[in-house]
Design a protein around this ligand. Structure first.
Ligand SMILES: Cc1ncc(COP(=O)(O)O)c(C=O)c1O
Length: 375
């Protein structure tokens, strides 16, 4: 069976984990490996980075930093993972879902303004499949209405929009290092704090509401409880697993792009004959090959294709069930405007196997099975 995902593994990670245990004898957060990961990430992406225990937690931190309060409204697409919404629901916010674009499956930027009310506090663009949202338009709307922009770039590491790294464009951004992502520490993530005036509070929120980070830097002689917060820092073991992947980040990215392009080449005739649709990448965007998906005619055809691939040794999967159709989504959120594409496009989408260790002949095999199915 060709699995849908295998977590990225770089052999050096074992050595680094051993070092964390035996050499540094330090497993809790903010040790040598967290510092090395952070340095790499800040140099590469040019913004303030704090490693976190997950993207979910990075979004929760952003929600605290944006001071989201009960009754506030937050705008986002319904075609996303639960955490995008939950991070704000935990602070008492009401979620306003807006339809997605048919081409990129990202939030339709032209529909955002009609969802804004005097209670709106933030816009949360989700860069689906590591392909950037129309950020110039979104930033302009946010500026005119004095709203925070919190980028859910869970899938977007290494991707750019107009040469700016996803996650570094809004006020705050979040990456995921979950095992299904391009770079992983099992469970983990980061928050970009793109506005200097929020860095101090972000460090405090991440360290249980204490000024421990300042204490470790020798800026104060004891640390204490100064604000609200939680425990959002990952163990050194996780950081040690991530570091060697960062050291070969371009190699990982290029390999994934190669596999993505191979899928595209192999399947483009099926798109030409209008049997399937392939992903669309706007010219402003450089993507990171986080996923390769195809779109079938409808839900029925998708179910048949997934079953056919399963019978032929290929594990292909669908993705998000739109949040506004879920129990919690109905309770905490509301869809603004017409659901033209969110439900329909989500029902057509099939994700194909895509991971660093995947081989060309496997990609060709998967493509061959899809062609057989449509014959
Ligand atoms: C768009 C999006 N946001 C947030 C998350 C949550 O990431 P994590 O598992 O690191 O909390 C995911 C996970 O897949 C995601 O796809």
């Amino acid at each position: 069976m060709i699995s849908f995902n295998e977590p990225t593994y770089v052999e050096k990670g074992i050595g680094y984990i051993t070092e964390a245990i035996l050499k540094y004898q330090r497993l809790n957060g903010d040790g040598v490996f967290t510092a090395r990961c952070t340095k790499w990430l800040e140099e590469r992406f040019g913004s303030k980075v704090l490693l976190t225990t997950s993207c979910t937690h990075a979004l929760e931190m952003a929600s605290l930093l944006a001071d989201i309060k009960p009754g506030d409204e937050v705008i986002m697409p319904a075609f996303t993972f639960v955490s995008t919404a939950d991070a704000f629901v935990l602070r008492g916010a009401k979620i306003k879902f807006v339809d997605i674009r048919k081409d990129t499956l990202n939030i339709d930027e032209t529909l955002i303004e009609e969802a804004i009310t005097e209670k709106t506090k933030a816009i949360v663009p989700v860069h689906y499949a590591g392909v950037g949202c129309e950020m110039d338009t979104i930033m302009d709307i946010a500026k005119r209405h004095h709203l925070f922009v919190i980028e859910d770039a869970a899938q977007g590491m290494m991707s750019t929009y107009k040469d700016k790294y996803l996650g570094t464009i809004g006020d705050f951004g979040a990456y995921s290092f979950h095992e299904t992502k391009n770079y992983t520490m099992g469970e983990g993530g980061l928050i970009f704090v793109n506005r200097d005036e929020y860095v101090h509070r972000a460090e405090i929120i991440r360290e249980k509401g204490t000024n421990r980070a300042q204490y470790f830097r020798g800026e104060i002689d004891k640390y204490s409880w100064v604000d609200e917060g939680s425990s959002y820092l990952p163990s050194e073991l996780n950081a040690a697993y991530l570091l060697p992947q960062l050291e070969i980040a371009d190699e990982i990215n290029n390999k994934r792009l190669h596999l993505w392009n191979l899928y595209y080449e192999e399947l483009k005739d099926l798109e030409k004959s209008e049997r399937i649709e392939l992903p669309f990448i706007p010219k402003e965007c450089q993507h990171n090959a986080h996923m390769f998906y195809i779109k079938t005619k409808d839900l029925e055809e998708r179910t048949k294709l997934i079953n056919y691939l399963d019978e032929h040794g290929v594990n292909a999967v669908f993705h998000y069930v739109p949040l506004h159709t879920s129990i919690a989504g109905r309770k905490y959120g509301q869809f603004i405007g017409e659901d033209r594409y969110t439900t329909k496009e989500s029902e057509r989408l099939v994700r194909l196997p895509m991971f660093f260790a995947l081989e060309d002949d496997k990609v060709r095999y998967v493509a061959e099975q899809i062609k057989n199915f449509y014959q």
